[in-house]
Design a protein around this ligand. Structure first.
Ligand SMILES: [Zn+2]
Ligand SMILES: [Zn+2]
Length: 97
């Protein structure tokens, strides 16, 4: 599922618009630095890192770490707040599919 909508940060109160979620053919992972890593469901190949195509390494080869900042990648994360970096948000969904 890919979602878009407004997120209200519970830490600082900022409302921001974001898109997040996995595609039918790729799972979305995010690191602590909020780099988005899309991983092919079949085969575990990393498709894009923060929107840029990659050389075709796999999530296992990365040992589950972000190739940009080497913090741990996790699936199913909300985008981080652009001001305080918090991830605890009230979610006002606008679209999902
Ligand atoms: Zn915040
Ligand atoms: Zn990162």
């Amino acid at each position: 599922m890919t979602y878009s909508g407004n997120l209200i940060c519970r830490d600082c109160g900022l409302t921001f618009t974001a898109r997040w979620g996995s595609l039918p053919e790729a799972d979305e992972y995010r690191c602590e630095g909020d780099h988005v890593v899309l991983v092919e469901v079949a085969g575990g190949r990393v498709l894009t890192v923060d929107g840029s195509p990659t050389g075709g390494f796999t999530l296992a080869e990365l040992r589950g770490l972000c190739p940009l900042c080497e913090s741990e990648l996790r699936a199913g994360q909300l985008p981080a707040c652009p001001i305080c970096g918090g991830r605890d948000h009230q979610v006002l969904l606008a679209n999902w599919d």
